[in-house]
Design a protein around this ligand. Sequence first.
Ligand code: UDP
Length: 371
Amino acid sequence: MKILVIIGTRPEAIKMAPLINRLKRVPSIEIKVCNTGQHKHLVIPIFDFFGIQADFSIDTMIPNQGLHGLTAAIIEKTKPVFDKFQPDYVLVHGDTTTSFASALSAFYSGCKVAHVEAGLRTYNKLAPFPEEMNRTLNSQLADIHFAPTQSAAENLGRAGIIKNVLVTGNTVIDALLDAIELVNQNDAEIQYLKQQIDFTKKIILFTGHRRENFGKGFDDVFSAVKEITESRDDIMVIYPVHPNPNVKLSAEKYFEGNNQVKLIRPLSYGPFVWLMQKCHLILTDSGGIQEEAPSLGKPVLVLRELTERPEAVAAGTVIVVGTNQEKIISCTNRLLDDQSFYKEMTSLVNPYGDGKASERIIDFFTQIAAI
Ligand code: UDP
């Protein structure tokens, strides 16, 4: 059986890495990896960390390219890869433009599509944008759906998708556990963090990059973070800034001269996991971080109006604060000052996975390969 894994962005690289590495060990499967280059500079260090090399690297990004151009480029440039490798299955992940455009392109080329992290929904096609639409369309294109949780599988069921749906857990937990094993304390980025950050203070790890927060959303979040740092000196905010200029330029403007907010480049995955372990709490609009944090016992305030990951909200380890300044400030201060509230949010139960999602996905393919 021939499987082609297509990734293009940081979260896809992280979440597919454990699956790629485990698939490589299965003798009955020939696996190749294609990188679309959507987040070229963020993906390469992740692949280096996990010891992966792309077999096909295509160039799809040009500066200031919109979603139309990117989608068209991915469809056009994945075709020769399908023609050359002739995969039985194309594995796409989640909800990125890479995953949707590759799934559509695979369908045009007559390849079967398997969708990892299938079934997440906010039921609002504009939030997150364009991810909600990407994953909804992926569900229509896919032949096999690997749902991370039971509620994701139920979302698929509501859309009439009941065949070839397997609940696997989320591969991000496999990646997190692999990273904890692989991380090297002597890593240059970890040394840099140790020199730059006063770890005697409570560390707030902050990340933000969602398209729907560009403009007013980020202005409100940045103002809230600024106000928190101006009102107390026992904290330090570390913000690995996403390279998207819409985020980077605005963050630099807000936090210039604020020595309690440290803007740093995006971290490689190992050092980022290390920093998550060291921090007190996390402010983020990221999806993956919401899934990882419960395994590390860290509370998360989600800077989005809606989340497609309701499980941790229900478990109490995550609170959705949106971009509302007052909510961000009051929840952050409460987590810093109220120990019993902090404890309630840091149970180590992770509803997203047990680290065995990749194994379950591989079992599914090896059973098909054996038929
Ligand atoms: N991450 C990382 N370095 C960073 C920030 C995040 O390796 O500087 C990891 C994080 O642990 C998570 C993933 O990137 O696994 C999340 O990616 P992102 O927030 O870009 O996307 P999303 O999960 O929202 O789709």
